[in-house]
Design a protein around this ligand. Structure first.
Ligand SMILES: [Ca+2]
Ligand SMILES: [Ca+2]
Ligand SMILES: [Zn+2]
Length: 367
């Protein structure tokens, strides 16, 4: 709604209708009439911006800045409707979560009238990561699994289809509490994949100073429940997406942090070094993913999955509790190389990755 050409914030009005469309009753958030005779503001937009910035700083936000110039509105959500400015202050919250704080300032007195946070987080319980926050947005009366603070990353449900050309269905939820920690409901793997992509995004941004895979702020997307008991995960340049199987018996999804960081980092390698996936460069490509996947695991400091130099220790792909790969001594898996030697390039990149994985371990921990 508008008043004298200005958007009216608050004061929603809901009309209840019968099935036939006849109106039955009306609920309104405010009984106040808007009587703003003068829509020229006493204070300048720059004054409102200063007031909004100090409100965000008082809330503990860092790296604050106004997203756009303050816009003039009618504020009708609290008390008597008045002429006001709305300023959106972007920044970073105390715990590192991005912030988009909307601050409403009285256009005559410069006093702060109201503030609200637009970056929302849901909570979820993953199978591998336990209770975590997940990025979600309002969508009608539901919540959509979409991380608006991280390039809009979304996670989709392939519902056991083997068709890798499909995007899958979006995840929606009624109360913004996702997953139950068990593979019995589809949301659980989505929580882990969504969180893994978020931690990888944050690691790139906060540690490497890189804004997404391509450095352009655009997110990839994730797909879970690919195939039936599929025991793998992969990155694909064509869809610019990560895809995860559900593992043995569809009970051991390949959605642990190190695997998510590994797959997303194949996108990073593809967008940067573009190491060809064969010969020695193939081993370096694989190792780069294992190294970043491990760095993400350490970065996330998740109590359910502490950092280590193992790959896939949470997914039990061998069925006996052993990890997929070891970085401290790659040959522990019986197939990988600890050191370079002539001819290694003829072997599988997943085994020749051992050389650079071992290098990373020694570099991190010393010999
Ligand atoms: Ca771990
Ligand atoms: Ca690990
Ligand atoms: Zn890989």
């Amino acid at each position: 709604r508008t008043y004298a050409g200005l958007p009216v914030l608050g004061g929603d009005l809901i009309v209840h209708e019968s099935a036939s469309g006849a109106s039955r009753s009306v609920d309104k958030a405010t009984d106040a009439d808007i009587e703003v005779t003068d829509t020229s503001a006493a204070i300048a937009p720059s004054g409102a911006e200063r007031s909004a910035l100090s409100a965000a700083q008082a809330a503990g936000d860092r790296k604050t800045g106004a997203e756009d110039a303050p816009r003039k509105v009618i504020w009708a959500a609290t008390g008597k409707p008045v002429l006001a400015y709305e300023t959106v202050v972007t920044g970073v919250r105390k715990d590192g979560t991005p912030s988009k704080l909307h601050v409403i300032t009285d256009a005559d007195s410069g006093r702060k009238l109201y503030e609200f946070q637009a970056v929302q987080n849901g909570t979820g319980t993953g199978q591998h990561n336990g209770k975590v926050t997940v990025g979600s947005v309002r969508s009608g009366s539901q919540w959509l699994l979409k991380d608006s603070a991280r390039g809009g990353h979304r996670t989709y449900n392939l519902k056991h289809s083997w068709d890798e050309t499909k995007k899958g269905s979006a995840f929606y939820d009624a109360d913004n509490v996702w997953g139950n920690g068990k593979p019995t409901i589809a949301q659980t793997a989505a929580v882990d994949a969504h969180y893994g992509a978020a931690m990888t995004w944050d690691y790139y941004k906060k540690v490497l100073g890189r804004n997404g895979i391509k450095g352009n702020g655009k997110a990839a997307y994730s797909r879970v429940h690919f195939g039936d008991a599929y025991e793998n995960a992969f990155w694909d340049d064509d869809c610019f997406c990560m895809t995860y199987g559900d593992g043995a018996g569809n009970k051991k999804p390949l959605t642990s942090l190190d695997v998510a960081g590994h797959e997303m980092s194949h996108g990073l390698t593809s967008a940067t070094a573009n190491l060809e996936y064969s010969g020695e460069s193939g081993g370096l490509n694989e190792a780069t993913s294992d190294i970043f996947g491990t760095a993400v695991e350490f970065y996330a400091k998740n109590a359910k999955d502490p950092g280590d130099y193992l790959i896939g220790e949470k997914i039990d792909i061998n069925g006996d509790g052993t990890p997929l790969r070891y970085m401290d001594k790659p040959s522990k898996d019986g197939l990988s190389y600890d050191y370079w030697k002539s001819g290694v390039g003829n072997d599988d990149p997943h085994f020749t990755s051992g050389i650079a994985n071992h290098f990373f371990y020694l570099l991190s921990e010393g010999s």
